[in-house]
Design a protein around this ligand. Structure first.
Ligand code: SOE
Length: 385
């Protein structure tokens, strides 16, 4: 496969960011886009100079030119679209969550195996240089065994009861919102850095606005609208919450999620406490890794390729002091995924979240929801006590 041809399904926030990041890769070209309406797909195709556009998912999947499909649709379509792509034997990169239930995501894992394709899920925060550096320090035991991990994923774009988006609609989003939408990123990033799975959880979730004012018409993620006309709707999904977690080796941890914390825009943080030091990273200031020490001065490691390990330096494309961030993490994820596509089936070490990782996160979300409902510890594998 010399030039890999890509089809994008979806026309919202994530579709745009995928197209922009793909543009920065060599040997990869976006050749088609589909939307829920032909008009939307046409507009995006014109905006991004994409040669082919379709008004249905099926037409894009059937396009024989397309080798790889990016699923950037709203959550309720993830399973059906992913299934169709895999059945067609095409490589798949899906936005998270992989499906609406773990039963569906399990089916997708089996399907991907039987079709021998590369299948991944967009957990992009693994692919920042200082996250990779933190992982390497932990893997090598530089600061000794880890005993406690805590962190946050806080946003404010759903702070007011007049804020609305399809993610508030359980039919299109699924039962869990803040946990599935952003808590899942915290879990994936931290499990990746620690190289350990979360095996049991105790959750306490809260819906701050049980009733919201839904504007008449569509509102994109992160956008708010003037309230000229609205209808009141009941909200069941969580706006915020706290989750205590246990990892497979007995490490303890906790995280807080919120989409209603004024001033916090995309505040994904983790702090890992090990025997001889603490590592702290904050997505809003992604080019620093804080290293806490007891018997010496604390340190701040800057994202300068000359100061990073080779694995982390490979994710830093500009010299120190030249800031890289969210779009660059997505680009790094795609470089990693497309290296796997190019070398398939002889894929060497890759770091993107696989379809199996996406399935396990589905099981984890379900355990968190169950724990909140039943107010008790729930094991992740089985959903039982
Ligand atoms: C909205 O909360 C959102 O766009 C998430 O859906 C993304 O996964 C996260 O990376 C940024 O915030």
């Amino acid at each position: 496969m010399s030039l890999i041809k890509v089809g994008i399904i979806g026309t919202g926030f994530s579709a745009k960011s995928h197209i922009e990041a793909l543009r920065r890769l060599s040997g990869v070209e976006v050749v088609a886009i589909s939307g829920s309406a032909l008009e939307k797909a046409k507009r995006m195709a014109e905006q991004f100079s994409i040669p082919n556009f379709y008004g249905s998912v099926d037409e894009l999947i059937e396009d024989s030119e397309v080798d790889v499909v990016h699923n950037c649709t709203p959550n309720y379509l993830h399973y059906t679209v992913n299934k169709k792509v895999l059945e067609k034997g095409k490589h798949l990169l899906s936005e998270k969550p992989l499906a609406m239930t773990s039963e569906e995501s399990r089916e997708l894992v089996e399907l991907a195996k039987s079709k021998h394709v590369v299948a991944g899920v967009c957990f992009n925060y693994r692919h920042y240089p200082l996250v990779a550096q933190a992982k390497e320090l932990i893997d090598k035991g530089e600061y000794g065994p880890v005993h406690l991990v805590h962190g946050t994923y806080l946003q404010d774009w759903l702070l007011y009861d007049t804020d609305y988006n399809w993610r508030l609609d359980a039919k299109r989003n699924g039962k869990s919102r803040a946990i599935a939408d952003i808590g899942s990123h915290w879990c994936d990033t931290v499990q990746y850095v620690l190289n350990k799975k979360i095996v049991e959880v105790f959750a306490d979730l809260k819906t701050v606005h049980p009733v919201r004012k839904k504007p008449i018409g569509e509102v994109e993620t992160f956008q708010s609208r003037g309230q000229e006309a609205f209808e009141e709707i009941q909200i069941d999904s969580e706006d915020c919450g706290s989750v205590i977690v246990h990892f497979e080796d007995g490490t303890h941890g906790a995280f807080v999620v919120s989409q209603v914390n004024a001033g916090r825009k995309n505040y994904l943080t983790f702090e890992i406490a090990a025997k001889q030091g603490t590592l702290y990273w904050n997505q809003e200031e992604p080019n620093k890794l804080w290293i806490g020490r007891r018997d010496g001065g604390n340190m701040e490691l800057m994202r300068d390729p000359s100061l990073l390990s080779p694995v982390a330096a490979a994710l830093a494309h500009y010299p120190g002091g030249h800031q890289e961030g969210w779009p660059d993490g997505l680009k790094n994820l795609f470089i990693d995924f497309y290296t796997a596509v190019k070398t398939y089936p002889n894929v060497s070490a890759s770091s993107f979240a696989t379809i199996e990782d996406g399935h396990r996160i589905m099981q984890l979300i379900e355990a968190i929801v169950k724990s909140n409902e039943e107010k008790r510890w729930v094991k992740v594998e089985t959903g039982q006590e």
